[in-house]
Design a protein around this ligand. Structure first.
Ligand SMILES: Cc1cc2nc3c(=O)[nH]c(=O)nc-3n(C[C@H](O)[C@H](O)[C@H](O)COP(=O)(O)OP(=O)(O)OC[C@H]3O[C@@H](n4cnc5c(N)ncnc54)[C@H](O)[C@@H]3O)c2cc1C
Length: 453
């Protein structure tokens, strides 16, 4: 098959490389698109979108391929595959970085850190900037520098009509509002332009861990600590069996632990004082917190979430943790069915909460946490349904304590839940925007916003 005006590779079933190209991060998703158009740049994206429209093919957009529900790949349609578009250019004078739409966070971190700067990215560096940014973007730096979208200056994108647009606060501001949290609903973003923030390259970061038997006490202390923590504290709690990774001493491998993953972004001395109480309230079995390259800390979780393993997850946004919510979380941690499953709890607040909720399409800035029940198992595990059932049951148990949904952590929720994630008023605004920029719902492999009638 040929696509007019296309420079990259066009892959179909039977072509060398097709089977590899249809694999995404989640090995549990196996779909066979009619064609994968691996783009080299904006001109290819234009050609691919126009071709798909002419042929009446539905379009999936592949950024980093990390959406757990597999939105990057579709059955029978055309995949606009951005995975070769990973160019990054830092402008040190302007303090900004321009990154192509298929970049992973590791590409952006690598270039930005060479200039001692950073933007809030995801906590796994093989996640794509595309999906993560368009859904809002939470990470270690958010309490200090805001969500990823709070540093977004402009985007170039190809619309459903195959038109090129640049969007920013001044150009197509309605669309720019929707892109900051509305997901991949409005077009293919070929490049993101972010404001950078001075950071590191050394930060005070690492892991503190305690046995799961102490989880209730640790989470209560964590709750009280984050309530008064300065913006410089990035902190994620994680409940799981310790993996057989170098960061865990051998005697902890396979043991249930509750961990706090800390990234303090201010001066190291000040950080040591701020973090002292966490280290002293009871002795951790692991303490790796110390001066560390920010880029290394960003990559810390990478080996825990490898490509090709099978995953399923369910997530909630939470208010500050109550004692009862903590009890439920710990009960669910003790009920984990796979040694690879985990419960990470991100901490929002700080700069995230100071931006007006209506300023961007991202919804739920007042939440204290995002909790994710991540089920994960090996491809030959005989009990995938048992692990998925754990995630669903844990999610249901948490429902009475929840405050909403984050679209980047949604998996197979029904369409009405997308409305719940945004709330009726914002959803109506997004649906009107969808009608304006994608009335035929060409871009539908996402947490879909149906065009307003
Ligand atoms: C291991 C792991 C860790 C994660 N950690 C975090 C985290 O720390 N913080 C956080 O906020 N989220 C996190 N996430 C969730 C993540 O934000 C979403 O999975 C996101 O969708 C991933 O983006 P992607 O480009 O890799 O995925 P893809 O599956 O390629 O894309 C996801 C969606 O975005 C669309 N899309 C992607 N790129 C573009 C583009 N350039 N233009 C238009 N649409 C596009 C796709 O069509 C699809 O609908 C994590 C996910 C994983 C798997």
């Amino acid at each position: 098959m040929e696509i007019a005006g296309f420079l990259g590779s066009v892959l179909q079933a039977g072509d060398e490389g097709f089977q590899a190209a249809r694999q995404i991060w989640n090995g549990d998703i196996q779909r066979e698109p009619a064609v994968i158009a691996r783009c080299t740049g904006t001109a290819d994206v234009l050609a691919a979108v126009r071709f798909a429209r002419e042929q009446g093919l539905p379009i999936a957009i592949r950024g980093g391929g990390h959406a757990v529900a597999g939105h990057a790949i579709c059955e029978g349609g055309l995949v606009v595959d951005l995975s070769s578009m990973t160019g990054v250019r830092v402008n040190p004078l302007m303090g900004s970085v321009r990154a192509q739409g298929g970049c992973l966070w590791r590409h952006v971190d690598h270039e930005s850190q060479a200039f001692g700067m950073a933007v809030t990215g995801g906590i796994v560096t093989h996640t794509g900037i595309g999906g993560l940014t368009l859904g809002g973007g939470i990470g270690h730096l958010m309490r200090r520098f805001g969500l990823t979208v709070d540093s977004l200056v402009s985007c170039d994108l190809i619309t459903a009509d195959g038109e090129f647009l640049t969007t920013s606060i001044d150009e197509h501001p309605d669309l720019f509002w929707g892109l900051r949290g509305g997901g991949g609903n409005f077009g293919v973003v070929t490049s993101f332009n972010y404001r950078l923030h001075p950071l590191g390259p050394t930060v005070l970061a690492g892991v503190l861990a305690w046995p799961m038997t102490e989880a209730e006490a640790v989470l209560r202390f964590f709750r009280d600590f984050v309530a008064g923590a300065p913006d410089e504290v990035g902190i994620v709690a994680n409940l799981r069996l310790a993996l057989a990774l170098a960061i865990f001493p051998e005697e902890l491998h396979g043991k249930p632990v509750v961990a706090l993953i800390i990234c303090y972004t201010g001066p190291i001395d000040a950080g040591e004082k701020v973090l002292r109480s966490l280290r002293e309230f009871r002795s951790p079995v692991l303490d790796t917190v110390g001066p560390k390259a920010y880029a290394a800390h960003q990559a810390m979780f990478d080996p825990a979430y490898p490509h090709g393993r099978h995953y399923y997850w369910k997530a909630w946004r939470l208010p500050p943790l109550t004692d009862r919510a903590i009890d439920v979380i710990v009960e669910q941690a003790r009920a984990i069915t796979s040694p690879l499953s985990a419960i990470p709890i991100f901490t929002l607040g700080g700069a995230v909460a100071r931006v007006d909720d209506d300023a961007t399409a991202f919804t739920g800035r007042s939440a204290a946490h995002d909790i994710n029940f991540v089920a994960s198992w090996l491809p030959d595990d005989p009990e995938p349904e048992r692990h998925k059932a754990w995630a669903r049951a844990a999610w249901e148990a948490m429902r009475p304590h929840a405050q909403g949904l984050y679209i980047n952590f949604m998996s197979d929720e029904a369409a009405p839940d997308v409305k719940v994630a945004y709330g009726n008023r914002k959803y109506a605004r997004l649906a009107a925007l969808k009608s304006k920029y994608d009335p035929s719902n060409v871009f539908r492999f996402n947490q879909n916003i149906a065009p307003a009638v």
